[in-house]
Design a protein around this ligand. Structure first.
Ligand code: ADP
Ligand code: MG
Length: 707
């Protein structure tokens, strides 16, 4: 299974399962390839003839490699991916089959989609949904134990064209930012770039534990996190795991994972131990936002699959273990032109720096204006355990710019002559501008939105979440600001002076969002409140921002999402939240009543019998230690059972509220979760004093310290 890289070169397997641009160029007739590139660049629409040729070539390629089926692969609002497989076969009528795959089948699919969440957008009798090929993301061959499936990345919409997935608005938001950024570049005299693309590099965190332990924990199996468990004597306080030597068993897993990803042309690049025990990270090399989103979904799926092969379980949940850090997904974001100019790269020339400052303040303004929306894009039941818990950013959005860059922006905003490095004067866009210092950013791990040299890093995203949502918000919000800037520049007689003015005005109006200090400090929350920055503490408070009048106006203006689409999403996310917490609460109730209680009760009986048998031999023996333990066990058991009853009452009360999704989500947040926490407290106290051999599921120590 494992490849020996001294015999097989990495280059020879890289991308072998990807219908990449290179493969297309090799196999398609020149004119068809050229036409396809035009389609990709949005310069022309895909014709049926071209689609037929591409489909036929794609099919031959897939069949040569051993594929028998194809699938339109899409990303419904569950946050997962979906696929339905069709064989290439086409019966010839004489008992034989031809292998067929038409342009029509490539471009469009019609899955019966009534069982995917649609938030009322599609009545169940109108079950049809359409999948449409995303020409910007390469088709690939997905491997399972028995074979390969040609997998075509698609967007998923309803019969009437409403987005039912994560991909559709992402593609629309990429169009929006492309159009607006191009207007700016044009005004700045750029004649070479044809297109601006949002690029994303998501760093994926995850845990690995032995599969045997995973299978013995119903909470992990059903919810991805432990709802009970006391921290072992050792947690992460020694900081000895971060960047530590990677253990063999983990290294084997990583090697296999990399191989599978490389075969798909996914550029898995960096891997290391993370802060918590048994926590790791994988970062790919960034690419366009849509491809990155697809690749991240595949990466998560592969992680689980490969872990299983190694008798491991990969936990992608945001907070599998209380007491150690949870997992996130740093979403590195920038915008670049098709000819390779990163618009967030401070350059070596005054012109490049003017461009950089303009796109930089556009991002600052966008993030300030839509801070609540951005925070909302990272909201989930799992992520509520991280945000604001001093291991991940606070729930308040702010931007880290680094001191040097903040200084430059401040001086520009004050209308001062800026002295940059070397003490030279700095005028934006004029020839006297000195070179910006190369690495202007310090490291700051507590900021939710940090400038890191030539990109912004949005660090709130949860480890299980699709990166589509956050990038839809960033792209569209920045597009709106670029739209305003472009309009200003188009009217201006002196473009340089206008840029100067835009930078000054924007920074003055939005510098409140810039914060370079410690985001974990309690004072910051007070300061943020004074600055008027929103603090949406939980998912339930954050989700409704998504169909607020401001959000609807923004998304409708750029045709990214309509009010109906946003309303449906809010419903789906609220319902998803409630369902998630309901499962967690249900499994807590079950484990407490049917696993923990019987085990502790048996142990208490054994202790009682022990006391009696000691007394029968030594009537005057001192058994006060055992008696005190027994008393503690008894009283905690009683308390646990009471708390479990309360939990059941709260669950039932929340379930009753299913006619009002908001009220229901609130009930889960405000009543069910505290009841679960209270139950956990009693159960975990019992774990601390109960015979380890009798405890009914693996402990934190077992799970976190044995790879
Ligand atoms: P860190 O020090 O935060 O781990 P890295 O330099 O390792 O940062 O990069 C993290 C991620 O950022 C990688 O996935 C990388 O490809 C991505 N990245 C780098 N440059 C860009 C860019 N211009 N746009 C988007 N992502 C980028
Ligand atoms: Mg990072």
């Amino acid at each position: 299974m494992s490849i020996n890289y001294s015999e097989t070169s990495l280059q020879s397997i890289y991308g072998e399962y990807s219908f990449s641009e290179t493969t297309m160029k090799e196999r398609l007739p020149k004119s068809v390839f050229k036409e396809f590139k035009n389609v990709q660049n949005g310069e022309s629409k895909l014709s049926r003839d071209v689609a037929d040729v591409i489909a036929s070539v794609m099919k031959d390629w897939a069949i040569e490699k051993g594929a028998t089926h194809f699938t339109h692969w899409f990303q419904p609002l569950t946050g997962l991916t979906a696929e339905k497989h069709d064989a290439f076969i086409d019966p010839a009528g004489d008992g034989t089959v031809m292998m067929e795959f038409s342009g029509k089948e490539l471009i469009q699919g019609e899955p019966d989609a009534s069982s995917f969440p649609n938030g009322g957008l599609r009545e169940t009798f109108e079950a049809r949904g359409y999948t449409a090929w995303d020409t910007g993301s390469p088709a690939f061959l997905k491997q399972d134990n028995t074979g390969l499936t040609l997998t075509i990345p698609t967007a998923f919409v309803s019969y009437t064209g409403e987005a039912l997935d994560k991909k559709t608005p992402l593609l629309r938001s990429m169009d929006a930012i492309n159009i607006q950024a191009m207007r700016i570049l044009k005004k700045m005299g750029n004649t070479s770039s044809k297109k601006v693309v949002a690029s994303v590099g998501p760093e994926q965190e995850y845990f690995l534990i032995d599969k045997e332990y995973f299978l013995k924990r119903p909470d992990l199996k059903l919810t991805g996190r432990t709802v009970f468990g006391t921290m072992s004597a050792k947690g992460q306080e020694l900081d000895d795991h971060y960047f530590g030597a990677i253990k063999d068993r983990v290294a084997d897993f990583m090697r296999d994972l990399n191989t599978e990803l490389w075969k798909l042309g996914i550029s898995a690049k960096t891997q290391h131990n993370e802060v918590a025990p048994n926590q790791f990270e994988l970062a790919p090399i960034f690419t366009t936002a849509n491809v990155s989103t697809d690749w991240n979904q595949i990466t998560m799926e592969m992680m689980k699959k490969i872990a299983d092969r190694h008798d491991l379980a990969c936990l992608l949940h945001e907070k599998p273990f209380a007491g150690v850090n949870g997992s996130g997904k740093h979403n590195n974001w920038s915008i670049a032109t098709d000819d390779g100019i990163n618009l967030l790269n401070p350059g070596a020339t005054p012109h490049e720096n003017a461009q950089f400052l303009l796109f930089c303040v556009a991002t600052i303004k966008a993030v300030d204006k839509y801070a609540g929306l951005l925070r909302s894009s990272a909201a989930s039941a799992g992520n509520d355990h991280r945000l604001g818990a001093n291991e991940a950013p606070p729930a308040v959005i702010s931007i880290f710019m680094g001191h040097q860059l903040s200084d430059i922006l401040k001086q520009l905003a004050a209308g001062e002559t800026v002295k940059a490095l070397g003490g030279k004067k700095m005028e934006i866009g004029a020839t006297t501008l000195p070179i910006f210092p190369m690495d202007m950013t310090d490291r700051n791990r507590t900021s939710p939105f940090a400038f890191t040299g030539n990109k912004f890093e949005f660090r709130m995203v949860g480890s299980t979440q699709s990166v589509a949502g956050p990038n839809v918000v960033i792209n569209t919000a920045v597009a709106e600001v670029l739209d305003e800037f472009a309009t200003q520049l188009e009217k201006a007689s002196d473009v340089n002076a206008e840029i100067q003015k835009i930078v000054k005005d924007s920074y003055n109006a939005h510098s409140r969002i810039v914060f370079n200090g410690n985001g974990y400090a309690p004072e910051w929350l007070d300061e943020a409140a004074k600055r008027g920055l929103p603090n949406l503490k939980s998912t339930v408070e954050a989700i409704p921002v998504q169909n607020s009048p401001e959000a609807v106006a923004l998304f409708e203006k750029y045709n990214v999402l309509s009010k109906a689409e946003l309303d449906s999403r809010v419903d789906i996310y609220l319902e998803g939240y409630s369902k998630q917490v309901n499962i967690e609460a249900g499994i807590s109730f079950e484990m407490a009543g049917r696993m923990i209680f019987p085990a502790v009760s048996d142990y208490a009986t054994a202790v009682a019998k022990g006391i009696a048998s000691i007394k029968s031999v030594l009537p005057t023996a001192d058994t006060s230690a055992q008696e005190s333990l027994l008393a503690q066990l008894n009283s905690l058991m009683e308390s646990m059972l009471k708390r479990n009853e309360i939990l059941k009452i709260e669950i039932d009360a929340a379930l009753e509220l299913d006619k009002d999704l908001m009220a229901q989500a609130k009930a889960y947040r405000e009543r069910v979760i505290p009841a679960m926490d209270s139950l956990r407290e009693a159960a975990d106290s019992l774990e601390k004093i109960t015979d380890k051999d009798r405890w009914p599921y693996p402990s934190y120590e077992d799970m976190l310290f044995n790879l």
